[in-house]
Ligand binder design. Structure first.
Ligand code: ASP
Length: 315
């Protein structure tokens, strides 16, 4: 790969770009993996309805002058509550049938919070935000039920997250002796009217993953990153590759230090760090100017994005 290719990108990924409007911007994803299987379970319309509802929740925040952080959290909470998506209720199960949830938030001012292997907070993204705002920490693993309750968050039993569809999916994957290859995560990025950006990502990880395995979602720089004036990013895909490639930060660095355009930075980061590992996935990004880029090298990615109350929805 030449230096020019490093900036421009050479990958065959699908990229959708939406120009900035001067007002707020919002983009969501609902995962880039397992689409065929997921659609066979419940049909495409239900996923699109879920994304539209999540978009509406985030847009309502932005439209009323709320912060990018409030918007991304509002959108991700709706997706966590929707059992179709692999986050919160309806998350993918580990090899022993447990739910271990990962989530993160980051603001463009450089603050981050995250949880890994979370089991008691109904909305892991809220817990991640509490970690950011109310502890001196960035990442808490296996957060205790007392910690969740202490933040005043809704506590649920781990069984709340487990759905029949995910049990059946785990049985199918284990019967086929397949690798833990089905993935799908949710995330949101936004730029608010004041020009600040934020990102949030939430997942159940990969179906049939080992208990204790943590992917890229709660790792700052891998599955989430934000910096005002540059970009906010939320990733989905094979987490190990996103960690090894530090993909969200790689996109940021190409823009910040090499002067790349957002779409070119994404294409180049995927070529260098995801394609090169034989991996798949996608990401959503909002630039410092409010432009939105949705990109994936997987066959499809659920997404909704826009600069008004009506989003473009892709599945
Ligand atoms: N990236 C997530 C993980 O590896 C899974 C996904 O995005 O589907 O845990």
């Amino acid at each position: 790969m030449t230096a020019a290719d490093m900036i421009r990108g050479t990958t065959d990924m699908q990229i959708h770009e939406l120009a900035p409007s001067g007002g707020p911007s919002l983009a969501l994803h609902g995962g880039a993996g397992g689409r065929v299987e997921e659609l066979a379970l419940d049909g495409r319309a239900a996923y699109e309805d879920g994304l539209a509802a999540a978009y509406a929740a985030g847009w309502a925040v932005l439209e009323s002058g709320g912060s990018a952080l409030d918007a991304v959290c509002a959108s991700v909470e709706v997706l966590e509550d929707d059992p179709l998506f692999n986050s919160g209720r309806g998350a993918a199960l580990t090899s022993t049938g447990n739910v271990e949830l990962d989530a993160s938030v980051m603001t463009g001012s450089g603050s981050a919070g995250a949880v890994a292997a979370s089991r008691y907070a109904r909305n892991p993204v809220r817990l991640a935000r509490c970690v950011m705002e109310q502890t001196g920490h960035v990442l808490i693993v296996d957060p205790a039920v007392d910690l969740v309750a202490g933040f005043g968050l809704e506590v649920v039993e781990p069984e709340y997250f487990v759905t029949d569809a995910r049990r059946q999916q785990l049985e199918r994957v284990q019967a086929a002796r397949a690798a833990a290859s089905r993935h799908g995560t949710v995330g949101a990025v936004a730029r608010d009217a004041a020009g600040s950006v934020a990102a949030a990502t939430s997942t159940g990880g990969m179906v049939n993953q080992s208990d204790g395995r943590v992917g890229d979602t709660p790792i700052v720089g891998a599955g989430v990153y934000a910096r005002d004036g540059v970009v906010a990013i939320s990733c989905t895909g094979h987490g190990e590759s996103f960690i090894e490639g530090v993909v969200a930060h790689d996109v940021f660095a190409r823009i910040r230090y090499a002067g790349a355009e957002l779409a070119d930075a994404i294409a180049a980061a995927f070529a260098a760090e995801i394609d090169s590992r034989g991996s798949t996935g996608g990401l959503i990004a909002v630039g410092g100017d409010g432009r939105i880029v949705v990109g994936h090298n997987s066959p499809a990615m659920f997404s909704a994005h826009g600069t008004s109350c009506v989003p473009e929805v892709h599945s």
